[in-house]
Ligand binder design. Structure first.
Ligand code: SF4
Length: 238
């Protein structure tokens, strides 16, 4: 195991057991991409227009109580799209999704599978404005805001989506099934394969579930690698 991944797994709270015996010589393996490295990209005019629309949006009452809309973060040409529920207090203040303690855990989770919001994963929420007091979004608010995520997906064209948390999973999949039943399978958001896992804020409250989240991440990573291989490419975007 690479030391860096070991470091991130330890940050995740996953015990890493290392044999004292000398490891066997590594067999040569085919190069399978973890994710296309896209780096900073210039947003398209359509993307900038959508962002502007979100930041000015008054389609639901949340616009009156937010500090600012939170559009998302990451390169516009990332293969991976991670979707959470809604901005919290810190996200509302800073205008970026998944910051603070939960954001740091999400970053460690993503880094353990080779993803970084600065280079190869886009992160957004179902709701772009913070519900007061961090309450759950109402169905009306989700209905009002979800078209923005649909348009983000159209413009990003991710190869895989990861829904983090019950609210995000249920909103994206239009179901009321519990999160435990939605894990470990491949869903679709439109034509995009989607995998479900726990929200990092929940994992901070329930660290015993981190092992399951790590299983979900490995499941998503192997699905992405399978998609990249089936596509006959190297995971790089045209
Ligand atoms: S939550 Fe969505 S629909 Fe409601 S005001 Fe914010 S951007 Fe508009």
């Amino acid at each position: 195991m690479r030391p860096q991944r070991q470091q991130y797994l330890e940050a995740l709270g996953i015990d890493v057991w290392v044999s004292r015996a000398a490891p066997p010589a590594a067999a040569p393996v085919a190069a399978v991409p973890v994710a296309a490295e896209v780096g900073p990209s210039t947003p398209s005019p359509a993307w900038l227009a959508l962002r502007e629309e979100v930041l000015r949006c008054t389609k639901c009452p949340l616009h009156a109580t937010r500090t600012q809309g939170v559009f998302g973060v990451g390169p516009q040409r990332a293969d991976w799209l991670v979707v959470g529920e809604a901005p919290g207090a810190e996200e509302d203040r800073r205008g970026e999704p998944f910051v603070g303690a939960a954001g740091q855990l999400l970053d460690a989770m993503l880094k353990a599978i080779g993803l970084d919001r600065r280079s190869n994963v886009y992160i957004a929420n179902v709701l772009k404005s913070r519900p007061p007091g961090n309450r759950d979004p109402s169905p009306e608010e989700v209905r009002a805001c979800l078209p923005y995520l649909h348009r983000q997906v159209e413009l990003l064209q991710p190869k895989i989506m990861l829904a983090v948390g019950r609210i995000a999973a249920q909103s994206l999949l239009a179901t009321d099934a519990p999160l435990g039943r939605l894990r470990s399978q491949v869903h679709r958001f439109g034509s995009i394969p989607l995998v479900v896992t726990y929200h990092p804020a929940y994992l901070l409250r329930s660290p015993g579930e981190k092992r399951k989240a790590w299983e979900d991440l490995k499941f998503a990573r192997s699905l992405y690698q399978q998609l990249a291989q089936d596509g006959g490419g190297d995971g790089q975007r045209a």
